[in-house]
Design a protein around this ligand. Structure first.
Ligand SMILES: *Cc1c(COP(=O)(O)O)cnc(C)c1O
Length: 421
């Protein structure tokens, strides 16, 4: 577990008396402090910027906090582009790292001066048709295929991944874009998800820096920024260790000095597009135990379900669970902690050792601040929960209300169906 829950039992009880469970809680102070630590580590580069992956926590209040800490945004759909703009993240501070992108989304990104990161060779022509010409700045997503080993199972082996251009294609792509008059170039890759090994990212940077040198040699194109993607992991399990930002930054700087300076590619702007480590540890799903069941196993059912937090059900992902006020009690019970969906995978924890839980106890699911509420869905008529931000002064602000039945039915024509025979 990577971050301790900030509220005592009395404070949480008080909050729940105003905002009934389930809801997400985010800690503004912890988000800011972590972002400052991240930025400080990477300030050893001439230019550095984190573009927060909007998909991880698509709430404009969170985006605004991150923008104030100097972040840009990484988007992959039109709604994410609009959300970033509404949050005050503008122009080149937005990278559009999409794939299989419709023309009108490229058009919006272009019209707003966002950096377009192309996912395929054929998208050069597609983009040209979509907006009438090529933009001044273009980035390409590189798929290293067999050149990158040791990738973890979530994102899979690069040669089996749908993303990016091959090495031969990408060199050709820069050549063509230069001939077509494109002036500024970036290079991007993303080959990891929730990776905790810091050396993995140093190795990825080395691969990209070497490619920059090769591109310059073969095409004369000078890459101006390298986008290292996302994929920095967080320690979901108590025994895991957080990635040391300073170690990663220094390791990458070492490769920068060895490869980019001799290739005359300094200064090179260094970008990240992380989501998970930026908000993940600083968000919690707060629920209440409403049923207990004693069959072949002991079950505790909470007033939420995987429609609010899909990761455990979908990937078997581990999320630490604590019981408010019982943090230091001995873990004498073994429970499956479950939600109300009609799917047996709807379990927040399986065979987990926990203190004895009474009905009405508040159950805190940790590390839910990224890819949590964002991955929610409405299957089984489930209404997704709201989001609360704990401000730096300890006050609370609802930054998203809970869904209503009217929200769920908004796309249906319930009056029309009465006259439908
Ligand atoms: C999902 C994604 C990210 C963010 O990944 P995290 O694991 O949340 O850091 C960044 N870039 C792209 C292209 C992505 O698809």
């Amino acid at each position: 577990m990577s971050s301790s829950f900030p509220l005592s039992k009395a404070q949480l009880d008080d909050l729940i008396s105003k905002f009934p469970t389930p809801f997400y809680l985010y800690d503004e102070k912890a988000i800011r402090e972590n972002m400052q630590k991240f930025t400080k580590a990477f300030s050893i580069f001439p230019v550095f910027r984190e573009h927060f992956a909007v998909k991880a926590c698509p709430n404009p209040y969170i985006l605004k906090i991150l923008a104030q800490e100097g972040c840009g945004a990484d988007c992959s759909s039109l709604p994410e582009l609009i959300l970033s703009k509404k949050s005050g993240i503008l122009g080149k501070k937005v990278i559009f790292t999409s794939n299989e992108t419709p023309a009108e989304e490229y058009k919006y990104a272009y019209e707003n001066g966002n950096i377009i990161n192309l996912d395929d060779f054929t998208h050069i022509d597609y983009l040209k048709k979509a907006i009438g010409k090529l933009p001044d700045t273009i980035c390409f997503r590189y798929n290293p295929g067999n050149d990158k080993q040791g990738c973890n199972s979530i994102i899979g082996k690069p040669e089996e991944a749908k993303y990016g251009l091959t090495r031969e294609q990408i060199i050709q792509a820069y050549k063509i874009c230069k001939e077509e008059g494109v002036k500024h170039f970036g290079l991007h890759t993303m080959v990891a998800s929730n990776e905790l090994n810091p050396d993995f990212f140093i190795d990825t940077a080395k691969l990209l820096f070497e490619l920059c040198a090769e591109i310059k040699e073969k095409t004369g194109v000078r890459i101006e920024f390298v986008d290292l993607g996302g994929g920095l992991g967080i320690p979901y399990r108590p025994e895991q260790k957080a990635v040391d930002y300073d170690y990663v930054a220094k390791g990458i700087k070492n490769e920068y000095d060895k490869i980019l300076i001799p290739a005359n590619l300094d200064p090179m702007e260094i970008y990240w597009e992380c989501g998970r480590p930026i908000t993940g540890p600083y968000g919690w799903l707060i629920t209440t135990a409403i049923h207990e069941k004693h069959i072949y196993r002991e079950y505790i059912a909470v007033d939420s379900c995987m429609a609010d937090l899909m990761r455990p059900g979908m990937y078997g992902a581990y999320h630490e669970i604590t019981v408010s006020g019982k943090e230091n009690e001995p873990k004498t019970q073994v429970y499956d902690v479950v939600g109300s969906l009609c799917e047996n995978c709807d379990k927040f924890a399986v065979q987990r050792s926990l203190p004895k839980i009474e009905m009405g106890d508040h159950i805190i699911i940790h590390d839910a601040g990224a890819h949590g509420r964002a991955m929610g869905f409405n299957y089984n008529g489930k209404l997704r929960c709201g989001e609360i931000l704990m401000r730096q002064d300890g006050s609370f602000k609802q930054i998203r209300r809970r869904e209503t039945i009217d929200d769920l039915f908004a796309t249906l024509d319930l009056d029309g169906v009465e006259n439908f025979n």
